[in-house]
Design a protein around this ligand. Structure first.
Ligand SMILES: [Zn+2]
Length: 482
């Protein structure tokens, strides 16, 4: 397996720290507002990453945090805590805000077929451990205290810039000039901040009451659950600097080996333009309602994670069409494969290898999807010629392993409810179809036509076959208003 490692800026073979195990840490959301589509790309991608590792026989421990304290409105350690600000606006406790948006986020993830991380550590639940690391950094001469604030001393740590590749001069230019900062150097960042009067989220510390700096939680919680050195750290491209650079400095400065591989996913664009963070129109819940979670998931996986993924009505529509083709093939296979066994020679060895090669090449999901399209076309051609049961079972097994279990784009949803719905849907469509047949026998053609048209609007196509009426999903037809 080859991964592109941000740390070395090249593709490298993946070697786990411990044979057969992989530990993954991914920076999760700050739970202070409605999740937007930008929050979905990383979790969907890493959901596929962990599924693929599991498929390859690894025991996976996947940790992804939730930030509920210390993330300020300004990257240069100034401004208000994002949760506290929102709490004031909504007239709630900060922890009510955290709880509310925590579940909004995970409900949306469930709709996208994203399985829960094995551990979801919260920053506010790890204050003791964060104080411990700040103390260690002070002892190691890599931090200093100024009136209740504790800062990491960047000039004392030679490794600063190793991940982002930023040189000292670029860093200074990139940092906002702080008028009243008590830092020795504008590049220094807060490990612990003094809580001013009226600041609700505060904890006692050796330096007075305060709260942890945003970067500290990830250095602490990743190593707590995955060990001082672990395999993979992920995050969005925008986090490389300063967040991940600071994580590395803190963890290594405290004597830990930290992450061996760094994977960063690229931005989303909307009709070619970079999304403004505040763009409310792209709330995840709205998009899920309009397009369905699986369609969004499929669309995100249709671009390589290191490429920009574009959202526009046109590109989403194309993805939905493509997804529908794969789902139709799969539905047909499920229907026909009932009780059949895979024969002695499995004709899906080659596509299986191609799929694996794509996934092992730095998780090339668009390539993996292309393999499924090819297979889907071959399977449909074969199905029209009444293949033997062994072929159908082998085709279903191939789609189960790849499209369902790894990419999560066909078949049952994470909560397992979709399977029951399939039977219900089948029953309902058959019932309606029988009513239409009855109308036809009575020569009540206006009624039978109306039923067929209404079904077409819902994306259900009826086919008259010698064995009777059959139905399949189709692209929903525009409603014709006279
Ligand atoms: Zn982080």
């Amino acid at each position: 397996m080859q991964l592109y490692n941000t740390l070395t800026r090249q593709k490298e073979p993946f070697t786990p720290l411990s044979e057969g195990h992989v530990g993954i840490y991914v920076c999760g959301p700050t739970v202070y507002s409605e999740p937007h589509i930008g929050n979905a790309r990383g979790p969907v991608f890493f959901d596929v990453v962990r599924r693929w590792f599991a498929r390859e026989g690894y025991r996976v421990r996947y940790v992804s945090n939730v930030t509920d304290v210390g993330h300020l409105t300004d990257d240069a350690d100034e401004g208000e805590d994002k949760l506290a600000k929102r709490a004031r606006l909504e007239q709630l406790e900060p922890m009510e805000i955290a709880e509310k948006y925590f579940w909004r986020y995970f409900d949306a993830m469930a709709s996208l077929g994203v399985r829960r991380p094995d551990i979801i550590p919260r920053a506010s639940g790890h204050i003791t451990e964060q104080l411990e690391m700040a103390r260690t950094l002070l002892e190691n001469g890599l931090a200093y205290e100024r009136g209740g604030n504790v800062y990491f001393d960047v000039s004392a740590w030679g490794g600063y810039g190793e991940l982002s590749g930023r040189k000292a001069d670029d860093q200074q230019e990139g940092t906002r000039v702080e008028v009243r900062s008590d830092k020795d150097d504008p590049r220094d960042f807060a490990l612990w901040k003094r809580a001013e009067a009226g600041h609700i989220m505060r904890w006692p510390s050796p330096w007075g009451e305060g709260f942890p700096g945003w970067h500290l939680e990830c250095s602490v919680m990743s190593t707590k659950y995955l060990g001082d050195t672990f395999d993979i750290h992920g995050g969005g491209l925008d986090l490389i600097f300063p967040h991940h650079e600071c994580e590395v400095a803190q963890a290594k400065g405290a004597g830990k080996g930290f992450a061996n591989y760094w994977l960063h996913w690229n931005f989303l664009t909307f009709g070619g333009e970079k999304m403004a963070k505040s763009k409310g129109a792209l709330a995840l819940s709205e998009l899920i309602k309009e397009h369905g979670g699986v369609a969004l998931r499929f669309h995100l996986l249709s671009a390589h994670y290191r490429s920009v993924s574009d959202f526009s009505d046109k590109s989403l529509y194309a993805s939905k069409q493509g997804l529908r083709r794969l789902q139709d093939t799969y539905t047909e296979l499920v229907r026909r494969a009932e009780g059949a066994d895979v024969g002695a020679d499995d004709p899906f060895g080659v596509p299986r290898e191609r799929f694996a090669a794509a996934m092992n090449d730095d998780f090339n999901t668009p390539q993996a999807v292309a393999v499924l399209f090819d297979s889907s076309r071959d399977v449909n051609a074969a199905l029209s010629k009444n293949p033997n049961a062994g072929f159908v079972a082998a085709a279903k097994a191939f789609f189960d392993e790849t499209a369902r279990d790894v990419l999560g784009i066909v078949g049952e949803q994470a909560d397992g409810s979709a399977e029951d719905d399939t039977a219900l849907l089948d029953g309902l469509v058959n019932l309606v179809s029988e009513q239409r047949q009855g109308a036809r026998l009575r020569r009540d053609f206006p009624t039978s036509d109306a039923i067929r048209d209404r079904l077409a609007e819902l994306g259900v196509a009826l086919e008259d076959t010698p064995e009777g009426v059959r139905w399949k999903r189709s692209t929903p037809k525009e409603k014709v208003t006279p």
